[in-house]
Design a protein around this ligand. Structure first.
Ligand SMILES: [Zn+2]
Length: 197
């Protein structure tokens, strides 16, 4: 999860950030679309609870879900509370294995540098994301950790699966948040100056 502003996505949400043919076939793409649609429904629910709407799932080599995650950063006040890390942790506990070479992680937003780094460290076989994040995404957006010299294994990456729907969901969430902020300017947490760098 990397999105922190409604202006982060402009034009490339439906374009694959990078593409590896890997084990792709029509069936797997259709299956991934179905999984992504499911993730978007989960993301919608966490969005209703005040979190930026992002959800993730890890599938094992047989296509079974072994770890789920949603953005919980606000709820837990945890900077590590990104959907991808939640899903990874749950899957690792279930499998009692930190290596994910034959697994796929699907997530509704291009992973941030923290999550992309974790996915590389976990040796994730394949990552599929929906909306690209040109400003903060780390799998082809602002940088590509899958292709970095520090990446010690080949991680296939595919972006843009249900990308327009995910982008629309995020934009709608930020519009709603701005409206709510406009209605109650004096409520909520103290304003913190935006970083200038
Ligand atoms: Zn993240």
């Amino acid at each position: 999860m990397a999105w922190t502003g409604s202006d982060s996505l402009h034009s490339s949400s439906s374009s694959p950030a990078s593409f590896s043919p890997g084990s792709l076939c029509a069936d797997s793409l259709e299956s991934e679309r179905l999984w992504m649609a499911r993730l978007l429904r989960r993301a919608e629910r966490v969005g209703d609870e005040g979190e930026i709407p992002v959800a993730a799932v890890v599938l094992d080599g047989s296509g079974r879900a072994i770890g789920w995650g949603v953005n919980r950063r606000e709820r837990d006040q945890d900077p590590l509370g990104h959907a991808e890390l939640q899903a990874l942790t749950q899957a690792a506990r279930l499998r009692q294995d930190w290596r994910f070479n034959r697994c796929t992680l699907l997530v509704t937003l291009e992973p941030c540098p923290m999550c992309a780094g974790a996915l590389v460290q976990a040796r994730m076989g394949r990552v599929v994301f929906a909306a690209a994040d040109p400003k903060r995404g780390a799998l082809g957006g602002c940088l590509n950790l899958a292709l970095d010299a520090s990446a010690h294994h080949a991680m296939a990456v595919l972006g843009g699966i249900e990308g327009p729907a995910a982008k629309e969901q995020l934009e709608r969430w930020f519009r709603r948040r701005r409206r709510q902020a406009g209605r109650s300017p004096g409520s909520g947490k103290p304003a913190v100056p935006a970083p200038t760098d």
